[in-house]
Design a protein around this ligand. Structure first.
Ligand code: ADP
Length: 316
């Protein structure tokens, strides 16, 4: 059977949570179209309440959509729900591991739950892949936070799904553990697993994801290859190391230079309004010799703010 081009295809996805006694109905997803290419590490970014978990929960089969279609690995979640379910592994947001099992037992129980025959289980391979071989028979209670997270990833992979979904996997995890976890996730991706993750760590999405979708108020604001997304925000900063130390920022005509503590001169400009040559000309005009020069692109954080800025105020 040929492999699908897209690991996930969602079209016209809507979700309205019904009203409760105290709350009006909530439209959590309002016409989401998203395609995740096979082999991708796909980042779903958005502020709290944007609808990320709702989207993931629909994929996972734990939340029912109100309208739209979803295919996972080419299988319709309504018409081929079993096959669709078999194609994804989901790592939930909260740390949920059974403290009474060892990692090995935990994976065996999970495999049993998925109906994976004993002969097809890959417990040892998964323990090795997630760096848990040494702890295979330890009490889960004795595992560090990072190991518990990795055990959760291993549990999501027992049925060898081609798609792995991680909902805020590194929330509250320290930098070192985060880096470690991402190494394992990247390795799974190298082995061919398509990864979809939600995260608030924007710089991390920038470093990890080849494609990023930004959602806000239940809609996709943008979905682009990471580099293209970074280019959509056209602010740049020219960073100049002067040939001779400056004592103050020089006057640069219509540009504003800032002299930093490290002696470098920074000038913000927009590529839509001006080009690098024009900025450089202003620097030369001011008599500043250039020892070194770099152009800084905006961080994803800035792109994110620019794309979603103001939305909170305009939509009740
Ligand atoms: P995110 O994961 O991006 O933070 P969610 O998908 O959790 O966003 O939530 C989207 C919106 O739907 C929010 O306004 C949230 O309050 C609402 N919501 C989420 N789950 C429920 C639920 N079970 N019942 C009612 N409203 C919900």
């Amino acid at each position: 059977m040929s492999l699908p081009d897209f690991a996930i295809e969602a079209e016209g996805l809507f979700k309205t949570y019904p009203a409760t006694k105290t709350m009006p109905p909530k439209e959590a997803l309002r016409g989401v179209d998203l395609k995740v290419a096979r082999g991708s590490i796909f980042g779903l970014l958005g502020p709290n309440g944007a609808g990320k978990s709702t989207f993931i929960n629909i994929l996972a089969g734990v939340t029912l959509k109100s309208a739209g279609t979803v295919r996972i690995w080419g299988r319709d979640i309504d018409k081929q729900s079993r096959d669709a379910r078999a194609a994804i592994g989901v790592v939930p947001q909260e740390l949920a591991v059974d403290v009474f099992f060892t990692p090995r037992e935990s994976l065996e129980v999970q495999a049993g739950f998925y109906g994976v025959p004993k002969a097809e289980r890959r417990t040892d391979a998964l323990l090795a892949a997630l760096g848990l071989t040494d702890k295979a028979n330890a009490y889960v209670r004795a595992l560090s936070g990072g190991m518990k997270r990795r055990l959760m990833v291993a549990k999501a992979m027992v049925h060898a799904p081609p798609v792995l979904i991680l909902d805020e996997p590194t929330a509250g995890v320290d930098v070192e553990l985060r880096r470690q976890l991402w190494e394992y996730v990247t390795e799974l991706n190298r082995q061919g697993v398509t990864i979809v993750l939600t995260t608030h760590y924007l710089e991390e999405a920038e470093a990890l994801c080849d494609t990023i979708a930004i959602v806000n108020h239940g809609q996709v604001v943008t979905c682009q290859p990471t580099q293209a997304l970074l280019r959509t925000l056209d602010s740049r900063t020219m960073v100049i190391t002067p040939a001779q130390p400056l004592t103050a920022a020089p006057a640069l005509g219509r540009f504003t230079g800032k002299l930093n503590k490290d002696g470098r001169l920074t000038i913000d400009f927009k590529t839509a309004e001006t080009d690098v040559e024009t900025v450089l000309a202003a620097v030369r005009e001011a008599g500043v010799g250039i020892q070194d020069l770099a152009i800084r692109e905006p961080a994803l954080e800035d792109v994110f703010l620019a794309l979603t800025y103001g939305a909170d105020e305009t939509i009740a």
